[in-house]
Design a protein around this ligand. Structure first.
Ligand SMILES: [Mg+2]
Length: 395
């Protein structure tokens, strides 16, 4: 059966939420992000985009481009709640749903109805329902696969919908800039532009082998996307995906400082893995197993983040609240769940560009020299730990 895949994406999500809270922002150039001179743009309204402002740009530059823009400090807590509301509405309506990021979902509606116009009608009504119930504008694209639908959404924005009929994927993509292909990075874009490749059509006309020779494996993936080929499935259980690590002690312990140090090290490593995978988490779990083999887990929902200092505070808070130091501990573990794709800096409204740069620099060193090359001053693994068994896992 022919696949019917929907991509839904909330329009300038953070800005739309702020407009719900303050109607006077509607229709104005609004920038969400660091309000200090060293801050970074996390999101901006369409009115601000017309001045060349875009996310991840230093706020200083955004101010120069659009001096009359209204700057709003972001609030990830509220955005996470709205995001959960939208996810709940979509989950209730569609059979297979993947939450791809805080404001994006993929739906597999294959076979829901015999005719394509029915899946369009279904998605149209779902879009209206989301806007009616949450007040947030949302756009979608509908086609035979994720890549084409995502590009269709971007062409439909803002507050629009676009359907690409089966067999019309290539002509739809052909006139678009290669910039519009999801996942094309600055480097690849520059390289292809230097080769004189500007429109998707040019890639469509190149042999796949040539793209492979120029860009390796990623060139072949890019060629397939440019030709509207993408067999990747909608992954229904993405929210159950997790990253976790745990340590079983060689000798049970009540040493609170040792336990805290280990937690700090675990959060550091997992948060790094999270950023490396370009993910954010919305739930942290602490696991404790006592010497009598009783195991307890303690969970806390948090706004989407990948920042060490935010995650660490939560994990240590769970530990403080739930561990009474008289009981011997046999195993300790940390798990991040409710993972979605997302750029680390979107949750760092309060933080300076300097702090974001520090994170990026630390992560670069770790990527180059290994996980253990940078550790917090508080976390220096005691030598008596060496026989403890630590296991990290991704699911
Ligand atoms: Mg969006």
């Amino acid at each position: 059966m022919e696949r019917r895949i929907v991509h839904m994406d909330l329009d300038s999500f953070f800005v739309s939420v702020e407009c719900l809270r303050d109607k006077s922002l509607l229709g104005k150039p609004v920038i969400i992000g660091g309000t200090s001179d060293r801050g970074v743009v996390a999101s901006c309204s369409y009115e601000a985009r017309q001045f060349g402002v875009h996310s991840a740009m230093p706020s200083r530059m955004a101010k120069q481009l659009c001096p009359h823009a209204i700057f709003v400090k972001g609030d990830m807590d509220t955005y996470s709640k709205y995001s959960a509301d939208v996810t709940a509405i979509i989950r209730e309506a569609a059979p297979v749903v993947e939450k791809a990021s805080i404001d994006e979902h993929y739906l597999d509606v294959t076979g829901m109805d015999q005719y394509i116009k029915h899946s369009m009608l279904f998605t149209h009504e779902l879009r209206e329902r989301i806007t009616k119930e949450t007040g947030l504008p949302i756009s979608y694209g509908l086609s035979i696969n994720k890549t084409v639908s995502k590009i269709a959404t971007n062409e439909a924005k803002p507050n629009g919908e676009r359907q690409i009929d089966t067999g019309f994927e290539k002509p739809f993509l052909a006139p678009l800039s290669i910039r519009k292909i999801p996942g094309i990075g600055d480097k690849t874009y520059a390289l292809l532009r230097n080769m004189g490749v500007e429109k998707v059509q040019t890639i469509q006309q190149m042999p796949i082998e040539l793209m492979g020779r120029v860009l390796g494996e990623s060139g072949q993936v890019l060629w397939k996307k440019a030709n509207g080929i993408d067999n990747s499935p909608v992954e229904q259980y993405s929210e159950q995906k997790s990253m976790s690590t745990e340590t079983t002690f060689d000798k049970d312990t009540t040493d609170i400082n040792k336990l805290k140090d280990i937690l700090i090290g675990m959060v550091d490593e997992l948060a790094f893995d999270l950023r490396k995978a370009r993910k954010l988490t919305a739930c942290v779990t602490l696991k404790l197993r006592y010497s009598d083999f009783q195991t307890h887990t303690f969970q806390s929902r948090i706004p989407y983040t990948a920042a060490d200092h935010v995650l660490l505070e939560k994990v240590l808070e769970l530990f403080r609240k739930n561990y009474s130091r008289r009981v011997l501990i046999r195993l300790i573990g940390v798990k991040f769940t409710n993972l979605v794709s997302g750029n680390h800096q979107v949750d760092m409204f309060d933080d300076s560009e300097g702090k974001i740069r520090l994170y990026q620099a630390m992560d670069r060193i770790r990527l180059r020299y290994g996980d253990k090359s940078i550790v917090r001053a508080a976390f220096i693994k005691p030598p008596d730990n060496e026989e403890d068994d630590t296991q990290r896992s991704y699911k």
